[in-house]
Design a protein around this ligand. Structure first.
Ligand SMILES: Cc1ncc(COP(=O)(O)O)c(C=O)c1O
Length: 370
């Protein structure tokens, strides 16, 4: 290996990045990996066959750059959103990128950056402040209540006072699982002076209406971000997208890298969308499992935060970091988000959920006997 004598401290790193930690959900090889909110069910054989054939066909044209604007894929995504929300969208309302993280980055590049600010309700998705930091956007944290809900009146006051250029609302919220009702989103958009990003990464697991229904009311402000990484079981494919007024997409065209979405990604995502009905069939089962795991944990004395997503935040633990290690030693990888007393578990297969429950009860008995 070359260059090992140089460390990060030797590099002329931007001063504001010194001492920061990279995003890092551990990727460990353990029997029950339920720490990154993936769909536990792999793609169907029919999807894999369609995807392989589509990618093989696309490979014959890899000497050419991809469709820079991914129009065919955006049409398919618009079709999916129109059917699932009942709101008519066209490809001009939809933009796609490599995961919703890239969508979030492009939004902050276009609407935030140096001298501008973004506000989020924490605890929430940890990449929002990290992408803000990477784009030199000032981050404003608005704490949630002790039960992880948002005090909407206090939030509207803070928004009016701090006038963030971008407001993040994650609904259902990661890592706490709860949703914000549309009337509350409307209140916050009215208070906000700029762009409001509603991050709906887990929308398919919730039976609440999408904020896409509010875009027509707030076309110069509202952006709804979605991903194929969760319900669509396509985390490895890296495909995120948004719904907004066409002008928002015009703004993103100014900052996106040319040809950002490869021909292979477009072909693979397109194949995954053709099998959407089949893939999304797992959602109802995961929701039923979420209810079963919630009930069982609650029956055994755990505090489980009500979730509309494919994960649960549960506790309470005197030392959640130590308990996270106990679960890992028992072969269960959870997520410690640094929220005192709580850990997050993704809803897995039935067998994985059984292991989670089994280990939870065993560890609880051990703690009681200490
Ligand atoms: C709320 C939220 N938004 C966005 C993402 C990013 O997903 P991806 O970049 O895989 O689309 C995640 C992933 O965990 C998330 O929880």
């Amino acid at each position: 290996m070359i260059g090992v004598e140089v460390t990060l401290a030797d590099l002329p790193l931007r001063a504001d990045l010194v001492g920061r930690s990279p995003y890092g959900a551990p990727q460990l090889d353990v029997p029950v990996k339920i720490n990154t909110n993936e769909n536990p069910y792999p793609p169907s054989a029919a999807l894999v066959a369609d995807l392989a054939a589509s990618v093989a066909a696309a490979a014959t044209e890899l000497n050419r750059y991809p469709d820079r604007d991914a129009v065919a894929l955006r049409e398919q995504l618009a079709g999916y959103l129109s059917v699932s929300t009942g709101i008519e969208l066209s490809s001009a309302n939809v933009w796609a990128a490599n995961g919703s993280n890239e969508i979030l980055l492009q939004l902050l590049q276009a609407f935030a950056g140096p001298g501008r600010s973004a506000l989020g309700f924490e605890p929430s998705y940890s990449m929002h402040p990290i992408i803000a930091s990477g784009t030199r956007t000032t981050w404003i944290s608005c704490p949630r209540r002790a039960d992880f809900s948002i005090d909407v009146d206090a939030a509207a006051d803070l928004i009016a006072e701090r006038t963030p250029d971008v407001l993040f609302i994650t609904s259902p919220n990661n890592p706490t699982g709860g949703s914000l009702p549309l009337q509350d989103i409307r209140t916050l958009v009215r208070a906000a002076p700029g762009i409001v990003v509603v991050d709906e990464a887990y929308a398919e697991f919730s039976d609440r209406p999408s904020a896409i229904g509010l875009i027509d009311q707030f076309p110069a402000q509202l952006v709804v971000v979605r991903t194929m990484s969760k319900a669509f079981a396509f985390a490895g494919g890296r495909l995120g997208y948004l719904a907004a007024a066409p002008a928002v997409i015009d703004a993103l065209l100014l900052v996106r890298l040319p040809y950002h979405l490869s021909t292979l990604t477009q072909a693979a995502a397109s194949a995954a969308l053709r099998h959407a009905d089949d893939t999304l069939g797992s959602v109802a089962h995961l929701v039923a499992e979420r209810r079963r795991v919630t009930q069982s944990l609650a029956d055994n004395g755990f505090d489980v935060i009500a979730s509309d997503a494919n994960f649960l935040l549960f506790g309470t633990f005197a030392d959640q970091a130590a308990v996270w290690q106990d679960y890992l030693d028992a072969g269960v990888l959870l997520r410690d988000m640094g929220i005192p007393g709580y850990l997050r578990a993704t809803i897995g297969t039935d067998a994985e959920n059984d292991v989670l429950l089994d280990v939870s009860m065993k560890l609880q008995r051990m703690r009681e006997n200490q």
